[in-house]
Design a protein around this ligand. Structure first.
Ligand code: IPE
Ligand code: IPE
Ligand code: MG
Length: 236
């Protein structure tokens, strides 16, 4: 079975998961955070090199303040919990896992940034295993514009190339995603990995993210292995 090197996950449907149970939307986000660990573990044991999880988009700030606050508080708790688990060596799940946060992190408080950097630092030597990118305040358009602006600043008057642009994306170091999985039956990108997904295969799973189990991932991987990727060429 051919496995993707890099999988992008659009973790959608937390709100509907909660609604179905008659509980507040934030409970759906809590359940969604719990679902993450088993998926990371499955990616790691399968030997996948990169997994990028879309956790909060540049557009998600438009949600009601109560929900945004609940999500930010959840991130803080999640980051602390990960730090505790990894530094104590309690969970095997994160063995050889490198954690990175991608997106425009400059908007976050110094306190949150410090937590993020501490967690990245804790895992940054584990480069042989799985690289987990957690996308927060991430937008594909924002990522491309900031990459271009950085290039212009460094190389005034020089035309940018595809390679130079790729090198300045948040995902630098990871190959382009071979597969993008979106849950909750939705079939759109919502500003996720716009540049990198030029030739990604898409898979839409009907289950809400909190119900997305390693078994569901295996179904997606099975579907992926049956796709013919042509990259503009004719089928071989
Ligand atoms: C995805 O679940 C999580 C975030 C976007 C933060 P949603 O909150 O979008 O869930 P639905 O789409 O409302 O069900
Ligand atoms: C995309 O989901 C963002 C994340 C999963 C973090 P949304 O639920 O925000 O996307 P739309 O608004 O339905 O396109
Ligand atoms: Mg949604």
């Amino acid at each position: 079975m051919s496995l993707p090197l890099h999988i992008g996950f659009i973790m959608d449907g937390n709100g509907r998961w909660a609604q179905k149970r008659g509980v507040p939307r934030k409970m759906g986000h809590e359940a969604g955070a719990k679902a993450l660990e088993k998926i990371i573990d499955r990616c790691r044991t399968l030997g996948i090199k990169c997994a990028t999880f879309y956790a909060f988009s540049t557009e998600n700030w438009s949600r009601p303040k109560e929900e945004v606050d609940a999500l930010m508080s959840l991130f803080d708790r999640y980051i602390n919990e990960l730090h505790r688990k990894i530094s104590s060596g309690e969970a095997d799940v994160y063995k050889d896992v490198r954690i990175r946060f991608i997106g425009d992190l400059s908007v976050f408080s110094e306190e949150r940034l410090e937590r993020i950097l501490a967690l990245e630092k804790l895992t940054d030597r584990q480069t042989d295993g799985l690289c987990v990118n957690i996308a927060i305040n991430y937008g594909g358009r924002n990522e491309i514009v900031s990459a271009v602006n950085r290039f212009i600043q460094e190389n005034p008057g020089v035309p940018i190339t595809e390679k130079e642009l790729s090198l300045r994306l948040y995902t630098d170091g990871c190959p382009d995603p071979d597969l993008i999985i979106r849950t909750a039956g939705e079939m759109r990108l919502s500003n996720f990995l716009l540049w990198q997904s030029a030739y990604s295969e898409y898979y839409s799973s009907s289950v809400y993210w909190p119900d997305f189990t390693p078994k569901e991932l295996d179904v997606a991987l099975d579907a992926f292995s049956q796709r013919t990727r042509k990259f503009g060429n004719v089928a071989k």
